[in-house]
Write a protein that binds this ligand. Structure first.
Ligand code: ADP
Ligand code: ADP
Length: 236
């Protein structure tokens, strides 16, 4: 499991100061929830961790290695960045599945294209990942024949099939009907219990309170508090 060290990170969108001197340590094998009002910079901070968002100053280190830059101010090659991202899985609010492929093919595709597995090996590993998220019996379904919660579990299976050492979740349950939220949170809880390093942007206070090891509160681009989950009780 990976660790993430964030030191004095600043991010600007034009003149807008979106992240202000963020310092945060993400310990290996633990769950960190990023909490805060809409627009406070949670998603931006999460996306800096795999360099989907370019930070302007400071450092983000994955297991000690700077991501996005070879040295401060000097961008790393696309090849090196892709190599680093191989150990980072990401799950978005939208499931981003290919509509013309079955759940099984959706999970196998990345293993074939990115990892260069044979189709047979990819399909075997994809089936294992889908079983893990409780979808062994839905592998042959196309996304249109899956509920939102099932589609998001396919997206999680697609990420974990790549055997990441760090998983980033950006409001993974926000697009779901309320009755489908629990099945996705439970899959995440299982991953957490297996020692995956997870960073989760969420408004699910129950999950943050019961599953997170630490909770980071953002407000207007500033990290205002890092606390144990019980600290949530003190934040309205
Ligand atoms: P959160 O995830 O907490 O809702 P975001 O990280 O998405 O917040 O956004 C933080 C702030 O940065 C918001 O004010 C948002 O409008 C702004 N922002 C985000 N992305 C962009 C962008 N691509 N261009 C300009 N402003 C952006
Ligand atoms: P909320 O009521 O705030 O929506 P939930 O009760 O739905 O939160 O729980 C969200 C997540 O937290 C679920 O994954 C659930 O399994 C987990 N959870 C809730 N209560 C507990 C608890 N007492 N112990 C461990 N996990 C819990």
């Amino acid at each position: 499991a990976s660790s993430v060290e964030i030191r004095k990170v600043n991010k600007f969108y034009g003149p807008f100061h979106a992240l202000k001197d963020i310092d945060l340590s993400i310990p290996p094998g633990k769950v960190t929830c990023l909490i805060g009002p809409s627009g406070s910079g949670k998603s931006t901070l999460l996306r800096c961790m795999n360099f989907l968002e370019e930070y302007d100053s400071g450092e983000v280190r994955i297991d000690g290695q700077l991501i996005g830059y070879d040295a401060p101010g000097k961008r790393m090659s696309g090849r090196k960045l892709r190599e680093m991202r191989r150990s980072i899985g990401m799950v978005f609010q939208q499931f981003n599945l290919w509509p013309h492929m079955t759940a099984h093919e959706n999970v196998a595709e990345g293993l074939i294209r990115v990892r260069g597995l044979s189709k047979a090996d990819a399909m075997t590993r994809a089936a294992d990942a889908l079983a893990k998220v409780g979808l062994a019996d839905k592998m042959g379904n196309h996304p249109s024949r899956l509920s939102g919660g099932q589609q998001q579990r396919v997206a999680i299976a697609r990420a974990i099939a790549m055997e990441p050492k760090l998983m980033l979740f950006d409001e993974p349950t926000s697009a779901l009907d309320p009755e489908l939220v629990g099945e996705v949170l439970n899959v995440m809880k299982t991953l957490a219990s297996e020692g995956m390093t997870m960073v989760v942007v969420t408004h699910e206070m129950g999950f943050a309170a019961h599953v997170a090891d630490q909770v980071a509160f953002l407000e207007k681009g500033e990290l205002v508090d890092v606390d144990t989950p019980s600290g949530i009780l003190h934040h309205p």
